[in-house]
Structure formats: structure tokens, C-alpha cells
Design a binder for this molecule. Sequence first.
Ligand code: ADP
Ligand code: MG
Length: 290
Amino acid sequence: AVPLVVAVSTSLSAGNGLLIRDRAAFERARNLNAVVFDKTGTLTEGRFGVSDIVLLAGGDENEELALAAAAESQSEHPIAHGIVAEARDRNLTVPKASEVSNITGEGIVAKVDCADIRIVSPGHLARQGKAIGHERLKQLEAQGKTVVVLVRDGEPRALFALADIVRQESKEAIAELKALGINSVMLTGDAKGVAQAVSDELGIAEYFAEVLPDQKSEKIKELQARGLQVAMVGDGVNDAPALVVADLGIAIGAGTDVAVESADVVLVRSDPRDVAAILGLSRATYRKMV
Ligand code: ADP
Ligand code: MG
């Protein structure tokens, strides 16, 4: 149930899989210079599977995985779903967690069997002066895998690497935009190594990595300060402020309601190639009117 504020040539845009919620923003689309894409859930499918577990202090893989799954079992984050699914696939008995709380864009904290369990980004630990030096971390990130660290009572116990699937359509979307003279930029809370690997795969020249949720809109403003007209494409709750600040906010239809309600245009088919279609349609519609 998306409130359709203004319908611009509804049949045309609907045929293109676009739901236009703000006519003025749609009109501005013809002047865009840059498109910023959120990584997880937008350029990628946002469906993570555990690919590697690296023990940092001995112990047992399954025991650490069960603790991680306990803490993540109440989280809606795609990383959480991946960890919980892996524990289920291995038929592990997952203990109950209590006092679960999110560190938005950085991880999760919980009590499991009286232990303090944290599953956090390597960047979060680095900011606390507890950087993970293990060589496998950089290697896994360079493969485009998202790595999170399980910390038990202050001690880093394991790395979990999670692989996501880059959407087939993303690479084409980037190429189509390039052909229209528009640069694509990736925005992610994930590590630099992961951003570099995924950008290389997709042909994206510029990225902002390790961006905390409340800084995403600042990055849009940075680009605008360079004189660029910027579109932002995202799917998550975290993306909403950036969608609002952008000259054109574009939500992936399969994303959260918050993202959809903050956007000017919704991609009904969740296909990043439809971003180029918006531009084409905006140019075609408003050329006729001048
Ligand atoms: P993105 O910008 O790629 O959509 P998020 O802002 O949601 O990513 O998360 C950024 C980083 O925070 C993740 O790569 C991960 O390291 C960490 N993180 C966030 N939520 C969780 C969680 N529930 N469990 C583990 N790590 C998390
Ligand atoms: Mg996202």
C-alpha cells in the first residue's frame, strides 16, 4: 500500500516499473550527474550465507556459531539471517539470548548464558582501538565478503565471513548510466576492502565505505557541494535520510516502508536498471514541454 502522491503519465511509468511519488523531483531527474547506490540489498541481493569461519582463540566452530546465532536470532539484519540459517543448517542447538540490543550499522550486543556476546564490524573494533590484525580478515574482504567479529566477554573469538550475491542487473545498470554520462557511486557501512571488490566487479569508480547510518545523508551533501545533482538509490531504514536529502530519492520496491515513504520514485521491480529508465523518461517527458 504505497500512497501514490502524483501520477505522471501513469501508464508509461507503470510500464517501466516506476512509481513516481514526487513530480518535481522526477522533473529534476533529467539534470542528474551522479547516482549513489546503497550496496547491500540494492546492488546486491542482501541475502547472506556464511562462507567461512575463522577461529581467533581456539575453541570450536559450532560452539561459536551457536552463540552468534543466539544473539542474532531476534535481529532483522540480513547478516543475522545468514548466521541463524547456518546454525540451523548445521542442526546446532541455539541457546536463548537476553538483553539484545542493536548498535545500528555496527552490530549487535546480547547476553547468552551469562556471557556478554557482541557481533560487530571490524571497523567498530578498530574505532575502539581493538583492531583485528588477522591476515584472513583482509583476504576475505578483498573477495567481497562481509566479515563480522564475534566477541565473547571482551575477547575476539571468531570471524564470520558472509557472501552476498551481486545482482546480475547491477552491472548493466552502471554501464547504462555511464552511457548517459552519469557517474555511479557506492555507499556502504561495510569495510573498504569489500567496497573495493564489489566496485571493481561492477565498474563503479568511486565509493564511500564504513559509513555509519547517520552519516549517509552527509555523503550526499558532500557530492552536492561539488556541484553535482545527485540521485540516491536505497532499500533500508538507514537509507531514508539520504533519500530525502538527495535531489532524487529512489527506493527499491522490495525495501522497507520507511525507505519507500522517503523516496520520490519507487522501483517496483527492484531492478537497478530502472534507474536509467527514470532518466530516459524524465528527459523524454520534459523535452516535449519546453
Ligand atoms: P549496509 O550499509 O551495507 O547496508 P549496514 O549499515 O546495515 O550495511 O551495516 C554495516 C555493518 O555493520 C555491516 O557490514 C556489519 O559489519 C555491521 N552490522 C550491522 N548489523 C549487524 C548485525 N545484526 N550483526 C552483525 N553485524 C552487523
Ligand atoms: Mg541496504
